[in-house]
Design a protein around this ligand. Structure first.
Ligand code: NDP
Length: 328
């Protein structure tokens, strides 16, 4: 039998956590043959709620669930973790400036970066979901000097999946026929979903749609603002789809992307496509043997260049803010 891997989840009693844990425990992340130990972190006021979640996990009698750990101490929750999904973060409160938000989250992600550094498996794969995800990830990465930077990633897979579903609806294709979707930049309203390298049924998506007005006035803003549209419709933020995307991200990172396709992941830039080195930016990535690589050699036209530059400028600003705050 395969020995279990340790999967740490922060914010485990929250909305996304509630959608995520049960699917990890039933094999939805690493497949039907990989037992998992769930190591759940919460803040002290949420520990009772977490206890209830663990009671429900127990009651599912999942064959693959080899153990659970509940803690409000990151040093305990991250102990020997092979995977860490950092979901918990400080939401933006009324009247909070962006810099206040970055500072509040800085306090969380500096501590968690150090705890990962000191206690996680040296091979830990980290995914940051909690917003502002790219910059929270940058903070954690910079506070974990012994863990290679390429083990830190942030989630743009939900944006990627949203873009797939919008394009499928527009073209009448199935999402199975769409390949090579790309989200560039920040997981924020400046993100750039790119159809110029995307394929529907093997043919260029932008050429097939051939409707720049739809692209600029409909597709791009719909993907960028989908989170707000879901809050308006559901009265609560997207949680099941965010959890589903987190599983997709981790599964593809661990198990590899198929030939002829790629995924979107926010990863530390190596300078590709003019994105300054070290910024945690979303790129088209392939994965194999547990490692990601940025897809190289794509032609970027003026329209895409402008969009990529704008979202990357926002990332650089966020980086400068957390640098000034002494968080990195
Ligand atoms: P959710 O589980 O709904 O969301 C958690 C985080 O994911 C938020 O930062 C949210 O960002 C972010 N997120 C990223 N992408 C998406 C998306 N597409 N849709 C929705 N959210 C997205 O929040 P809850 O408040 O229900 O749960 C958070 C939990 O985290 C609480 O239980 C809290 O106690 C815990 N927490 C734990 C910490 C820890 O373990 N140390 C630290 C801080 C909090 P956004 O805010 O922009 O919606």
């Amino acid at each position: 039998p395969t020995s279990p891997v340790r999967v740490a989840v922060t914010g485990a009693a929250g909305q996304i956590g509630y959608q995520l844990l049960f699917r990890i425990a039933s094999g939805g992340m690493l497949g039907p043959d990989q037992p998992v130990i769930l190591q759940m972190l919460e803040i002290p006021p949420a520990m009772d709620a977490l206890k209830g979640v663990v009671m429900e996990l127990d009651d599912c009698a999942f064959p693959l669930l080899a153990g659970t750990v509940q803690s409000d101490d990151p040093n305990v929750a991250f102990k020997d973790a092979d995977y860490a999904l950092l979901v918990g973060s400080r939401p933006r409160g009324p009247g909070m400036e962006r810099s206040d938000l970055l500072e509040a989250n800085g306090a969380i992600f500096t501590v968690q970066g150090k705890a990962l550094n000191d206690h996680a498996s040296p091979d830990v794969k980290v995914l940051v979901v909690g917003n502002p995800a790219n910059t929270n990830c940058l903070i954690a990465m910079n506070n974990a000097p012994d863990i290679p930077d390429e083990q830190f990633t942030a989630m743009t897979r939900l944006d990627h999946n949203r873009a797939m579903s919008q394009l499928a609806a527009k073209t009448g294709a199935s999402v199975n026929d769409i390949k090579k979707m790309t989200i560039w930049g920040n997981h924020s309203a400046t993100q750039y979903p790119d159809l110029f390298h995307c394929e529907v049924d093997g043919k260029n998506a932008a050429a097939q749609v051939d409707d720049q007005t739809w692209l600029e006035d409909d597709f791009i803003p719909t993907v960028q603002k989908r989170g707000a549209a879901i809050i308006a419709a559901r009265g609560a933020s997207s949680a099941a789809s965010a959890a589903s995307a987190a599983l997709d991200h981790m599964r593809d990172w661990a198990l590899g992307t198929p030939d002829g396709d790629w995924v979107s992941m926010a990863v530390p830039s190596d300078g590709s496509y003019g994105v300054p080195e070290g910024l945690l930016s979303s790129f088209p990535c392939t994965t194999a043997d547990g490692k990601w690589s940025i897809v190289q050699g794509l032609d970027i036209d003026d329209f895409s260049r402008g969009r990529i530059d704008a979202t990357v400028a926002e990332l650089a600003e966020e980086r400068d803010t957390v640098k000034d705050l002494g968080l990195i």
